[in-house]
Design a protein around this ligand. Structure first.
Ligand SMILES: O=C(O)CCC(=O)C(=O)O
Ligand SMILES: [Fe+2]
Length: 342
């Protein structure tokens, strides 16, 4: 009688998942091989499967994928509007998937801080003025100084009158703030940034020119490398969720704005009014909050001379608990920021 040789059982996807889950729980491989051999699997095949699982990067521990905050807009209205226009359902699914993918890429890379910040060279990072500072006869106290990341808070940089004049000049031309849509690179109004804003070209008027020179002096960075001034007004509850001020290399929207002036290297935020409660500029990775006090200036830098980026400068604007918050932001670039480009 010829005895039939038994063909070993094939390790299907269910068994493979069972092995992967148990290995992730640190069950010894000898135990797993024992269990499977009892069920007539070949020990060598099980061992090879275990080696293969171990050689691959682990899967995420669970699949909780909340919607990125800034997608939480009125997406139903967007769907209805487009269906009415005759856009195909699959086209909308593809467009939404692209947006979610880009937003998640930005989020995950943004929070994957440690390895990237380790490559950052603080020796060549832009560094503002420190020590005893007197500007135009006024002494400027340094209220906070951090080396890594470079963060400095100066007091008494603008007078009460200057702050009030800037608010008065801005008031008639405030518009809802815009931000770049990661999927389409277009400027859009989003919940992500619930403020109103306006903009002054560099050197727009004598007051702006004067303040720009003062800020360039504090930042030790040329006036010509500064973008125009952005004024923001947050009403009660208005906020700017955590973000980077540099153009993230992983985002498809970054290339175009970098053509004029290169990467952003540092930010100056001028507090135009004092907010009694809330409204702080906060750095979640550093567990640091800066209180908005009229005339004070917050400086932070995030691009070194080799274009390395300091992702620890993730920051946001907290909602004022009562009253309004007015700030003026100046972003500094690697190179001259030109106006009137053809
Ligand atoms: O509102 C704030 O305190 C932060 C503003 C900000 O991050 C910006 O203008 O880039
Ligand atoms: Fe910012």
């Amino acid at each position: 009688m010829v005895s039939a040789t038994k063909t070993p059982k094939v390790i299907n996807e269910n068994w493979r998942r069972w092995l992967r889950d148990n290995l992730a729980r640190n069950v010894p491989s000898s135990t797993l091989i024992g269990v499977m051999v009892e069920r007539e699997f070949d020990a060598d095949a099980v061992n090879a499967c275990i080696e293969d699982i171990r050689s691959r990067p682990p899967e995420p521990s669970n699949a909780i994928f909340p919607e990125p905050d800034h997608l939480a807009g009125d997406w139903q209205a967007w769907v209805v509007r487009n269906i009415q226009k005759g856009v195909l359902e699959q086209t909308l699914i593809d467009a939404a998937s692209r947006e979610i993918k880009a937003a998640w890429a930005q989020r995950i890379k943004g929070l994957h801080l440690k390895s990237e910040s380790q490559g950052y060279n603080y020796a060549t990072a832009p560094t503002p003025r420190t020590g005893t500072i007197s500007l135009e006869g006024r002494s400027i106290p340094i209220l906070l100084e951090m080396a890594e990341p470079r963060i400095t808070v100066y007091g008494n940089v603008l007078t009460k009158e200057e702050c009030e004049s800037l608010i008065a000049l801005s008031q008639p031309k405030m518009l809802p703030s815009q931000t770049h849509d990661p999927a389409t690179a277009k400027l859009v109004v989003k919940d992500f940034r619930s403020s109103q804003g306006t903009y002054f070209d560099r050197g727009d008027n004598d007051l702006i020119k004067h303040i720009e020179r003062r800020l360039a002096d504090l930042a030790q960075w040329p006036v010509e490398n500064g973008e125009g001034m952005q004024v923001l007004q947050y009403r009660q509850g208005g906020e700017y969720r955590p973000h980077f001020d540099f153009f993230p290399p992983e985002s498809p929207t970054s290339r175009l704005p970098m053509k004029n002036g290169g990467q952003r290297v540092a930010t100056l935020i001028v507090y135009l009014n004092t907010v009694e409660d809330g409204g702080e500029t906060y750095f979640p990775q550093l567990k640091l909050k800066i209180k908005p006090i009229q005339g004070n200036v917050l400086y932070f830098s995030y691009t070194d001379a080799e274009s390395g980026l300091d992702r620890q400068t993730l920051h946001g604007g907290a909602p004022p608990v009562n009253g309004e918050k007015w700030i003026m932001t100046k972003w500094l670039r690697q190179k001259e920021f030109k106006y009137n480009l053809a």
